[in-house]
Write a protein that binds this ligand. Structure first.
Ligand code: FYN
Ligand code: ADP
Length: 594
């Protein structure tokens, strides 16, 4: 940006004075200046960040325009939570922090849920919010959208920073990138008060103030004795199991992880977002014998997976506690994760790529595969479950149930293993997780560690923008409602997203009745026979009302082939769902009834 203001002002003055000013200006070398807007953009670009997910408004509207003018991709949403979820998913897929840009107070708060969710999921993202003026906020004098955003964000993310001076923008963005990516990845908040954007400084000094972050996620090599301890434990195991989590997917150490599994011959279980690290059809996958392997394994190697609620905290019936304690090996970059729920005999601290390659190297060339009794027993259970599943999937009931609709989707994903797959809901999520096989790493995005609803359209937009691949989003009708308006965003950017809404008229099911005698419907039901497909049509996309598996199959194949924004309203038997899907035990009332 150059400062031409002296010429402009001169033109409005008396000609003689203007000439005099011009002569002075011509003699002085012209000063190139820059401002806060451009320093933010330049700092992001310098660090290889080329996309912003956000929602324009005061005070960041011009930032979105200028970023676009400077060659960045700016994807504008209808609600900040979905922009934030998109940024988080982009971070997970690319190992670069996804950027979400919001206005102050309400916009910031809307983005905050996504920031907290990203932190919980260990996805790197930066929420950048414009904010009101410090002087007014701190004295609580009632500014436009006044809020102490930094204080509110702090407990909900990995790190939070505020930049007050243009010359500190480079440092602020460098610190945010480093905090998001290094160690355990997570969400970072960056507070940029409105006044900062118009601050100017000399362009060369501005450029010199920016920082290109060197090695933002440094490798962390595990200690040799930790690797040996882990291998000794694994060697002595009679019924070993490898558990792959979404940390393993994030790490992009795909070839080594596959080599570890195959060289060791150890059966493995993928957590939902680790599906596809090895194809779900791999003979060592124990996914279809999940309960059995969790109960029976004697040594479990966790790779980027926490022993949280999704793994019953490593104890109790799920883990066959009555059969004696398990021994755990845990690979994680966060040392404080170790022993969080049960004792970990062999922690291996480091980045997954380095840890897995160290284990591989230590295994040598004559590693003994696990006893055939163990692998044979798993194969037997797996075969039983797989053939039971095959029978269920072959049925074509009318109306469709979860299985018959998912059978169609499973086949489409098999044909297009490169497609991205987004999934949320309760029954829709639980059935899809076991029915739809994944074949490639980082293709499945879902509700994650919190089991959060509302990620659907944000994740879908990110998946399409980042990968350019077709996206298949399988959504419960309730889950879709949280982010449904973003179908306009999908149409506006003409993204190759096919949303399939599993419409069973309600949360879990559509059959609940209000027994109180008041005129309202029950809290868990929606308008019956709603036409979600019309929503997509409203914005120029393709809407399809599918009442049979054949109609669903045809519409999905066309959507994937054409890449046109599509929403298929898949009519599912309204009696088909279970309360809370497969996590009924977490639902106080139903758990008590059981
Ligand atoms: C799995 N299974 C299969 C297959 N894959 N059978 C046949 N073929 C295939 N391909 C079997 C598997 O062995 C299990 O049977 C069963 O299917 C379920 O497998 P799943 O889905 O892997 O396991 P489970 O027990 O549901 O997993 C627990 C969980 C999971 C907590 C990790 O439920 C989960 O990720 N839940 C997230 C829920 C959530 O966030 N919901 C959003 C909020 S909804 P058995 O071995 O016989 O057990 C608000 O209401
Ligand atoms: P899942 O839900 O699939 O079980 P989690 O989110 O619980 O997975 O666990 C992911 C784990 O992976 C976290 O404990 C996180 O610290 C760890 N992690 C993330 N990235 C890396 C990495 N590059 N190297 C090592 N550990 C990682």
């Amino acid at each position: 940006m150059s400062s031409v203001t002296t010429d402009k002002q001169a033109a409005a003055l008396d000609p003689a004075i203007a000439r005099a000013i011009k002569n002075i200006a011509d003699e002085a070398p012209e000063q190139e200046t820059t401002d806060g807007f451009h320093l933010v953009i330049d700092a992001l670009k310098l660090n290889g960040i080329d996309t912003i997910f956000g929602l324009p408004g005061i005070p960041i509207t011009d930032l979105t325009r200028m970023a676009q003018a400077e060659g960045m991709r700016v994807i504008s949403f209808r609600h900040e939570q979905h922009a934030g979820n998109a940024a988080a998913a982009a971070g997970f897929l690319t190992q670069k922090p996804g950027i979400c840009l919001t206005v102050s107070a309400p916009g910031f708060l809307n983005g905050l849920t996504a920031l907290a969710n990203a932190t919980t999921n260990c996805f790197p993202m930066i929420l950048i919010s414009g904010s009101s003026e410090r002087e007014i906020v701190d004295l609580q004098q009632g500014d436009y959208e006044e809020m102490d955003q930094l204080a509110i964000a702090k407990p909900l993310c990995k790190a939070a920073f505020r930049v007050l001076h243009a010359q500190d923008i480079g440092v602020g963005i460098a610190r945010a990138i480093r905090a998001a990516l290094s160690g355990r990845p997570g969400g970072v908040y960056l507070d940029l008060p409105a006044k900062l954007f118009s601050q100017t400084m000399e362009a060369a000094a501005g450029k010199a103030s920016l920082i290109k972050v060197v090695d933002p996620a440094p490798r962390q090599i595990p200690a040799a004795d930790a690797v040996k301890r882990a291998l000794d434990l694994l060697k002595g195991a009679k019924r070993p199991l490898i558990l792959l989590g979404k940390g393993a997917a994030y790490a992009q150490a795909d070839a080594d992880i596959r080599a570890l599994v195959e060289k060791s011959g150890i059966p493995y279980l993928p957590m939902s977002m680790a599906k596809g690290l090895l194809p779900d059809t791999h003979e060592q996958s124990a996914a279809a014998a999940r309960s059995y392997v969790l109960q029976e394994a004697d040594v479990v190697l966790l790779v980027g997976a926490r022993l949280n609620w999704l793994l019953s905290h490593g104890k109790g019936k799920t883990w066959g506690a009555e059969k004696g304690a398990k021994k755990f090996i845990q690979i994680d970059i966060a040392p404080t994760e170790i022993d969080s729920n049960v004792a970990i005999e062999a922690p291996v601290i480091g980045d997954i790529g380095s840890c897995v390659s160290a284990l591989l190297a230590g295994m040598g060339s004559n590693w003994a595969k696990p006893p055939a009794e163990w692998t044979g027993a798993i194969a037997e259970r797996k075969d039983k479950n797989l053939s039971k599943m095959a029978q269920t999937l072959a049925a074509r009931p009318s109306p469709m149930n979860f299985h018959s609709a998912l059978a169609v989707i499973r086949e489409q994903v098999r044909q297009r293993p490169d497609a991205m797959f987004v999934n949320e809901g309760a029954n829709t999520l639980d059935f899809a997780r076991s029915i739809v096989d994944m074949y490639e790493p980082r293709k499945r995005l879902d509700v994650g560690t919190w089991g959060i609803m509302g990620i659907g359209m944000g994740f879908s937009v990110a998946a399409a923008v980042v990968t350019g691949k077709p996206v298949i989003a399988v959504e419960g009708d309730s889950a879709f409602g949280f982010s449904g308006m973003e179908v306009e965003t999908i149409c506006r950017y003409n993204l190759p997203v096919c949303v399939i809404v599993f419409n069973n008229n309600g949360v879990y099911r559509g059959t609940d009745v209000n027994s109180s005698g008041t005129p309202d419907v029950a809290p868990t039901v929606f308008v019956k026979n709603a036409r979600y497909d019309k929503l997509m049509e409203a914005f120029g996309g393709v809407g399809v009302h599918a009442t049979t598996a054949d109609e669903l199959q045809k519409a999905l194949a066309e959507a994937v082939a054409s890449g046109r924004p599509t929403l298929i309203n898949a009519v599912i038997d309204e009696t088909a769902g279970t309360e809370s899907g497969r996590i009924t035990s977490l639902n106080p009332a139903t758990a008590k009834k059981k």
